[in-house]
Design a protein around this ligand. Sequence first.
Ligand SMILES: Nc1ncnc2c1ncn2[C@@H]1O[C@H](COP(=O)(O)OP(=O)(O)O)[C@@H](O)[C@H]1O
Ligand SMILES: [Mg+2]
Length: 271
Amino acid sequence: MIEFQNVSYTYSGADVPALVDISLRLAPGEIVVLVGANGSGKSTLARLCNGLLVPSEGTVTVNGMSTIDPERVFDVRSRVGLVLQNPDNQIVGTVVEEDVAFGPENLGVATADLRIRVDDALAVVSLTGMERREPHLLSEGQKQRLAIAGALAMGPDYIVFDESTAMLDPPGRADVLAVMQRLRSAGHGILHITHHLDDAAHADRIVALDAGSIAFDGQVEEFFEQNERLSDLGLELPPLAAAAAYLRNAGLVVPAAVADARGLVEALWPS
Ligand SMILES: Nc1ncnc2c1ncn2[C@@H]1O[C@H](COP(=O)(O)OP(=O)(O)O)[C@@H](O)[C@H]1O
Ligand SMILES: [Mg+2]
């Protein structure tokens, strides 16, 4: 479990806190989507998850270990992987397998074990067969999956994705979302920070930040039903969900979080 208890964070020199009184839990095997306007504190929250930042007030614990405990810094970092927006800033190896091996090698993982970790991580992100490929020759989507493999090879329990799908085209995004589903099935806890509310359709829960505070923490359907509030939070319903909302307001029985166009049609005309 990653647990935030009454966490506030103020950057040094800043007048106002970036996060205020955040209490939040991320459990193994769940996907939580985190949304909010630019500057609402999402990336700050991401960096607090693995101890890159530590709370000004309150506590963050990872599997019961406080991120301010100097003896646990290393443990905490290896429990929580972080995948960022731009894969180019995360890739260090000259070929794919070297890149994935970089992290665990630095952890001191033995050579035989290393091969297994690299192969497993590449399999999860569907890059098997690309071991000797140069990373700069990969598509953006493949590069992002390589960055995920790099995080995965460290053996984390949780992975925080900070706008990791923002730069990808629709197929690239779909691939990364599919990888998140696989990671959830394998028992990883996923925190997915995104601007695309339609990414929330696959989440177990959604958390919305507003100027550093939690404005919502609950079911995606319930969040999507608060149509008017979303624009106050700097968010916009995806077209399909907006259509579903209009249909519901017109008295039709349609779920708030429809996954795709087919789902909407089937809700209206069950086959
Ligand atoms: N390194 C920093 N130093 C000072 N203020 C920062 C720093 N990084 C972010 N902030 C401020 O903290 C707030 C939250 O930023 P951030 O967590 O990056 O939000 P988001 O990821 O939601 O866009 C913003 O007001 C931002 O300007
Ligand atoms: Mg950010």
